[in-house]
Design a protein around this ligand. Structure first.
Ligand code: FAD
Length: 952
């Protein structure tokens, strides 16, 4: 999940010298694997030919010893350290890469993706455990070579899978041991963390999961610091955001009611949540997968909610960041591009100074976008945050000489000077009285200056500036406001919702019309002559070109005209030393944002031309990476490829749920400069966030806890030495979640785990007794009674019903408490009641059984059938009952019960994907406890078989 603050229990294992030394030497891993392989060979030999110490059965004993002691115990102590030495995967891995000591370039692997339907196969072990419980081990103990065949089969499968599929697919999807390993890492005391999230965030090399010359990269393709990257790529919303904001991350946190955490997560990428939550052009929403089914998630609305929440906390001021670097950086222009660049650089310890020509910082955010869309308080708050971190902003300081910057000791310069000059129309009388350019108009109003307008105002243009100017004119008391735009509504570049609101407020839009002449009397505007247009073929930017319709001219009487046809770079502010494009913008490398001067970088509108806020922020961030690299002497381009989108999303059919509507101020109350959009309330925000499909995580996506194999490849490959392995208290995560049960949905996790463990044990125990009782009864009656197999299957099903019912009960309770209107007390009652029915039955049977014991029955395990339920009973009747009497019955049981469990397994496999769709996380937390329980009990029973097995 998001970066979680480390608790006191964490101790960095990498700080332990010898461990650090061992981890960084990949030879160690291979040495251990050789030993593992040698041991494996001995077992195979013993399995076929026996040993001087005993018969072939030694192989079985030895294998099961490893299986049930070594692996579970090492897992508890050291999570998946087993995987480091796993003998099964080693040959496949070596063949796959054609090398085993260093990272190799050649490979035999076909690199195919594992088909989706074959994933989650690790659940195999759960079935295997149950199978084992149901006599399979008895069979294996009788026929030791079966064990060897099993082990060799796994070996062969591992090799084949490795050669066909991409890296470590065997581990990830097919290894039955992985079923134990994955859940164990939830409770294991060792885990992987990044030391400083910020270093990871700004690194961008992704060496840790792509690999480099130092190592292979993450075998599980997990990003060690971020939860929403999986082998399928990043969520589309995140990929679409030019600034790479982790939207699916903060949305997931909002959906859990973790608003503060969501806000903090957002700050890791950039500081403008309040600004972007209001004015962002939200490409993330355009690419939201949900739009394919109903409507995109209101990502911008959620961002605004989270930012407002953060602001309402009125938290402590941030601690200024220590300037650890010596090289000073100058940023020219305090628009979003400049400030984003400053924010990223100060967090890396660089002394940063921002030079701003205007009286206040913010660029067009302050002097362009009007107050009713972006209150100055929000902007001021976010700029103050950047200043509090240590960025110095010098206002009233226009920079006209770049050389002077270097003379003042700055080692690198970022230019974010925007395109803050209105474009001219180049038609006669453009300077007549009554004509004003949009940016001047917006700037004057934004600075509190008085602007006189007549009753009829025409605005020429179709971008955000045109719409803002029109709505602003209405607020200044203008009676008739018309927009003249030469293309159709579909081509209008302004934000769609803003256009709709403008029309609701009374702005009239004349589409497919363009001014040809300005009408004046004594150089005073009286109106404009327009011509109607039609759309022709698309032009260079893909929009259809408007073509004038001859003879369609018409006049409009107007008192003022506001020209809003675009902006350009201010010629007076241009820094002569640089190279420019034909459009008058600064020429900069699209990847690094480096200009024609080595130490000068540029971004935002001054490079792109008039664009948008998020694009400017993205430029600032990329330039910050380049400046960091430039000052550290690192190649500017290496490893900077765009992040990969999840390739294929085939969401299971989901219920259609429409998008939450952003509440807006009533029309009658909009006369002032009050904000029009009002923002979501808490409940709406949670509901809206829960609409998110979390494409980047998905049901078979990455969960850091369950997918990391602790192979330490990332530790080796990290270029910043920023990944550590930590020791935590065992069961830390689960207890932590349990402690938080009073907090909304955490109750789902904590209580369901406790319930499953407690109540799961009781019926299991009782059901065994049911079998014993039945056996005794059957014996007393002179026969076998009810076939044991049916009872076992019933027992299994009963346990499943109890577990699922209780899980659903607590889940419903949690949702009901969290205010989810879809859940009522009725649901909770129903689920718990369902759970109690089988519980009551088993308790009743147990009661009868105890009654029998009181009569003098004694129970001891039957060593010839240790894994089954065929207990010997010596009681009042003095008889012994062994249900399993022949191998034939055993094989029959093996097959029938196996098939039953396969069917159940299929249901289990579907459960997390469908029925528990939204509860996957909770379900995952439950699984390890169940597996742990079954594993330990099975191990206990197995120990009882050793003397028996050795006797064969
Ligand atoms: P700017 O924001 O223009 O900042 C440049 C700064 O550099 C200014 O403060 C300027 O004073 C300063 N400067 C210039 N030269 C010098 C110099 N020589 N020395 C020192 N300082 C200097 N985008 C959206 O995403 N959503 C919207 O809803 C939206 N609405 C808009 C509405 C209007 C009316 C306008 C005009 C634009 C709108 N935009 C919108 C676009 C967005 O505001 C810009 O794309 C963005 O602000 C560009 O950021 P920037 O940092 O490149 O430049």
């Amino acid at each position: 999940m998001a970066v979680i603050k480390r608790e006191g229990v964490y101790k960095d294992l990498m700080e332990v010298g010898w461990f650090n030394w061992l981890v960084k030497r990949r030879g160690l891993q291979f040495t251990l694997q050789f030993i593992g392989l040698a041991a494996f060979g001995v077992i195979v030999y013993a399995g076929f030919f026996g040993t001087p110490a005993g018969g072939e059965n030694v192989a079985s004993t030895f294998t099961w010893l490893i299986w049930w002691t070594l692996i579970p115990v090492t897992m508890l102590v050291a999570a998946r350290v087993w995987c480091l030495i796993c003998p099964w995967i080693a040959p496949g891995e070596w063949l796959q890469r054609l090398t085993f000591w260093q990272k190799g370039k050649r490979t035999l692997c076909l690199n195919l993706k594992v088909p989706r339907f074959m994933r989650n196969f690790w659940l195999m072990l759960v079935f295997f455990l149950i199978l084992h419980w149901a006599d399979a081990s008895f069979h294996l103990a009788l026929f030791p070579e079966t064990t060897v065949y099993l082990a060799l089969g796994m070996f062969a499968i591992a090799i084949v899978i490795s050669l066909i599929f991409e890296k470590r697919s065997f581990c990830k999807y097919f290894c039955p041991i992985g079923a134990i390993i994955a859940p164990y890492s939830l409770v294991a005391p060792i885990e992987l963390r990044n030391k400083d999230p910020e270093v990871c965030r700004s690194c961008k090399t992704r060496d840790c999961f792509k690999g480099n010359e130092k190592g292979y990269a993450c075998p599980m393709m997990t990003h060690p610091y971020d939860f929403n990257i999986d082998e399928r790529g990043y969520a589309p919303c995140r990929v679409a955001c030019p600034a790479g904001v982790n939207s699916d991350g903060y949305i997931a946190l909002i959906s859990e009611g973790k608003f503060k955490e969501a806000f903090e997560l957002h700050k890791q990428t950039m500081p403008f949540a309040g600004v972007c939550g209001r004015v962002c052009t939200h490409p993330c929403e355009t690419h939201c997968e949900r739009a394919k089914v109903d409507e995109p998630v209101s990502i911008r609305g959620l961002k605004r909610f989270m930012a407002d929440y953060g602001l309402s906390l009125n938290g402590e001021k941030p601690t200024p960041i220590e300037k650890t670097k010596e090289d000073k950086v100058a940023i020219i222009g305090s628009g979003p591009a400049g400030l984003a660049c400053a924010y990223d650089l100060i967090r890396q310890g660089y002394p940063v100074t921002v030079f701003e020509a205007a009286p206040k910082a913010g660029g067009l955010l302050r002097y362009g976008i009007p107050e009713y869309r972006l209150p100055k308080e929000i902007l001021d708050n976010e700029i103050s945050y950047i200043e509090e971190l240590g960025v110095e902003i010098k206002i009233h300081t226009p920079v006209k000489d770049l050389g002077n910057m270097f003379n003042q000791g700055y080692k690198a310069v970022f230019l974010g000077i925007g395109a803050g000059t209105s474009q001219k129309m180049s038609i006669p009388n453009e300077d007549a009285k009554g004509i004003i350019h949009a940016l001047d108009f917006l700037k004057q109003v934004g600075s509190g200056e008085k602007v006189e307008l007549g009753n009829r105002v025409g605005i020429i243009g179709g971008g955000n500036a045109a719409i803002d100017a029109a709505r602003l004119a209405l607020r200044l008391g203008v009676k008739e406001v018309s927009i003249i735009y030469r293309r159709s509504r579909a081509e209008m570049p302004a934000i769609r919702t803003e256009v709709e609101e403008a029309e609701r407020e009374g702005v009239k839009i004349h589409f497919l019309a363009a001014p040809v002449r300005i009408l004046t009397e004594d150089n005073r505007l009286t109106g404009i002559q327009c011509i109607r247009m039609e759309l022709g073929a698309p032009d260079a930017d893909g929009r259809r070109r408007p073509i004038p319709i001859e003879g369609s001219e018409f006049n409009m009487n107007l008192d003022n005209v506001i020209i809003a046809i675009g902006q350009q770079v201010n010629g007076a502010m241009v820094l002569k030393e640089l190279e420019y494009t034909d459009w008058g913008t600064i020429a900069a490398d699209p990847l690094t944002r480096q200009t024609s001067i080595e130490a000068v970088f540029a971004g935002g509108d001054v490079v792109a031309g008039p664009a948008d806020v998020i694009g400017a922020i993205a430029d600032g961030k990329e330039a910050a990476i380049s400046i960091e690299r430039y000052l550290s002497g690192v190649d500017l381009k290496e490893g900077r490829s765009p992040i990969r989108r999840v390739e294929e999303l085939s969401p299971e059919p989901l219920e259609v749920k429409s998008r939450s509507v952003m509440p807006v101020c009533e029309l009658a109350k909009r006369g002032s400069f009050n904000e029009v959009e009002l923002g979501f309330k808490e409940k709406t925000a949670i509901d809206e966030a829960r609409r998110c499909w979390q494409c980047g995580v998905g049901s078979d996506g990455i969960d850091r806890n369950t997918h990391c194999v602790l192979c330490t490849e990332c530790v080796k490959t990290c270029p910043n030495d920023n990944i550590s392995i930590n020791i935590r208290k065992p069961f830390h995560d689960i207890f932590k979640k349990g402690m938080g049960f009073l907090r909304t949905r955490d109750i789902t996790l904590s209580l369901s785990v406790i319930a499953i463990v407690l109540l799961g044990v009781i019926p299991f125990h009782n059901l065994e007794m049911t079998v014993a009782y039945t056996s005794l009864e059957g014996n007393l009656a002179g026969g076998l009674g009810i076939p044991q197999m049916i009872i076992r299957t019933a027992a299994f099903l009963m346990m499943g019903v109890i577990a699922v019912s209780i899980f659903w009960g607590f889940s419903s309770l949690a949702r009901w408490r969290a205010g989810d209107t879809q859940y009522s007390t009725k649901h909770i009652f129903i689920w718990f009641a369902l759970a109690f029915i089988p519980l009551a039955i088993s308790l009743h049977v147990a009661h009868n059984y105890f009654h029998l014991l009181e009569e003098g029955a004694v129970i001891i395990p039957n060593l010839s059938d240790p894994f089954g339920f065929g207990w010997n009973l010596f009681g009042t009747a003095g008889a012994s009952v062994t249900i399993l009497s022949s191998n034939l019955i055993s094989i029959f049981q093996f097959l029938t019960v196996g098939l039953g469990f396969l069917a159940s397994g299929y249901v289990l496999y579907r459960l997390p994907l469908n029925m528990f769709k939204e509860r996957v996380q909770a379900f995952r937390t439950m699984i390890p406890m169940v597996v742990l329980l079954i594993g330990l009990v099975t191990f206990y029973l197995w120990v009882l078989t050793i003397p028996m097995a050795m006797r064969f």
